[in-house]
Design a protein around this ligand. Sequence first.
Ligand SMILES: Cc1cc2nc3c(=O)[nH]c(=O)nc-3n(C[C@H](O)[C@H](O)[C@H](O)COP(=O)(O)O)c2cc1C
Length: 501
Amino acid sequence: MDNIIALVDRFLAPLAIFLSNIFVFAIALVLIVALVLYIIDLFQTTHTIRRNYPLLGRFRYLFESLGEFFRQYFFSMDREEMPFNRAQRSWVYRASKNLENTQAFGSTYDIAKPGNILFINSPYPVLTEELTPIKAITFGPDCEQPYSTSSLFNVSGMSYGAISKPAVRALSKGAAIAGCWINTGEGGISDWHLEGGCDIVFQIGTANYGIRNAQGEFCEDKLSTVAAHESVKMIELKLSQGAKPGKGGILPGAKVTKEIAKIRQIPIGETSNSPNRHIDIGNDDELLDKINRIRSITGKPVGFKAVLGDGFWLDQLLSTINQRGAEFAPDFITVDSGDGGTGAAPLTLIDDMGLDIQETLPILVDKLIEFGLRNRIKVIASGKLINPADVAWALCAGADAVTSARGFMFSLGCIQAMQCNTNTCPTGITTHDTHLQRGLVVKEKCKRVAHYQQNMVKELYYIANSCGVSDPGLFNRRHARLILQSNKSISLENLYQKNSE
Ligand SMILES: Cc1cc2nc3c(=O)[nH]c(=O)nc-3n(C[C@H](O)[C@H](O)[C@H](O)COP(=O)(O)O)c2cc1C
């Protein structure tokens, strides 16, 4: 016993004294740091809350950033979050993993809520044996190289730069498996777009990235080289995108790596702002001139992407087309929703500029019919069309095809962290930090991209069959109804007729 007491005295007592000294020292250090921060906060003049509540005010920033995560994981209801709620995202995640997307007990969707869409079931649904393949549509039938596809759901423009190398690779490979197209976005074309061998729509943004000369101007020779790739099927001129109409692309300096700088022909590490519009397109005639110039250089279908404000501009554009002749028309128009996504944009434009696709898609389709150009100009719709019902609505409203950017980002594993503009995307999709990219394994994620597209088409068939048509290419406005404020519904056919009066 005496031995044990002696041992404790010899080793443990000094250890206890040492630890308690450290503890006292740590407390003293924390108090000193707190005091210093308190004094800094009290006398600084920039932040009101910190000046009025020294030290305590600092916790506000911490809680603000943590709040986002707590809300997403613990507190938000399934159908409550923006831009995409958990129910919408979960459908994409499950479809991408090719898991059974069935649910038990009943709907959590408020089917009587004004603004919601419901589809009209036929008393005699189509039998599985009676299904028909989706009929191919042809873009630019009179071009040297028209483009035919039966893919109704495709990948919307996301530039290499805004998204990472593994993301582009997975999209390219996944699209090739699924048989859909990817749009390059405005950042030029890279080997990674071409790698998978999928169909590609090459986008020309206002900075002419990838096809510009030393002065940043449009260069015909460079465009010819890009268009010579067999995979490049169509060219899209970007007039505007839903998240930032009237503002060109913004690529933060942190995302301008050596490779991206080379493809875009811009300085490494410097933020690159594209002009607000194409410098050579300031009116309808110049738009048609440019479309025709690109078509004659490439021999491929050419269209433009825009977010619409109202129908007046379309009246003007479509009459100019009819005056010049239908051969001068764009081969397609991509109409993007005012609430579209982006790699980076000012909040004012994200929130408050441009109309929603629910309003603009029917306007565009109706104007094309009115001017006798509906067969000549194909319509592509984009903007929060990420679940089967959204895509089915767009097809009912008159779109020939639908594209999605954020839907495919979810298929790559996006968790809606809203950090695309900071190079810190935790899922490796919109960052060039190779540590963060490590999580995005191309071999796995390309399968998810393909499954998402394929399961989307599978469920479009579910809706089509239930509506009594044998494939989703046959949807029309009689197949869907919109819930009104009165909680009664109106057929899209009647709704839009009223609008166009
Ligand atoms: C990360 C990111 C990058 C984008 N880059 C482009 C681009 O380069 N060109 C373009 O026209 N649109 C771009 N967009 C917009 C999308 O193509 C699309 O029009 C918009 O997000 C609406 O579709 P969604 O709701 O399915 O995302 C981008 C969107 C995101 C999220």
